[in-house]
Design a protein. Sequence first.
Length: 264
Amino acid sequence: MNSNVQIIQIQYSSIFLVYYPDSFNFVLVEKEKKKSIKEWAVDERPREKMLAKGAEALSNAELVAILIGSGTAKKSALGLAREILENADNSLKKLSTYNIHEIKKIHGIGPAKAVIITAALEIARRRESETDDLDEVVLSSRDAQKALLHLIRDKPHEEFCIICLNRRNKIIAKERISMGSMTATQVDIRKIIKLALDTKALGLILGHNHPSGNLSPSDSDKALTRQIRDAALLFDIKLLDHIIISQDSYYSFSDEGLINTFAK
């Protein structure tokens, strides 16, 4: 463009007056205006699309955009939603591991929007593992892993939980006992025994996660399991298993024969 060309914006308008001094010409140019979601075609608006075609017709980004509600001056809600998903490698599974502060790192996502997204992900996590505890029977390590999964999966830090069982191995209580760091958590054995006594449990299953993905029990994991087993036996309560959970798999003390070695 000729360096002598002058561009003058007409006040309160998207129209510019371009002056070409070499030819003494003026040209009116209208800057392309960014459309808001309300100006999109009906089929392209997430809310209207859901009403017309159902939730299953929406992409992940469109669903997140509905949660966000509104965008910024420079980016629509759908644009923000895409950025959030891209930040999580377009994986809802990975996004579900993010906490509120990590979601807030996206420009345009404040505390309110981050809380809504986190709440929606937590509802999905709970729905996935929801069962009727009164009818839930634990007969194997796989049953125990499923019962514990929603309590400690996707956590960026270690958490320790217990399952209390009755005589027929039906679940009568599930509770998170403690939360710790990336590599460890402090467990109050007295709290575990109190819960078992309060619920009149005859069997216990322990569970904690390893955020690193390494399922091998540490020496401290083994020592703690033995201590809890010995304390529970004083009240005729049997420790049935200790499950270590990662994102996609688990380790069972019972399946590996470790529970029986503690009795020797």
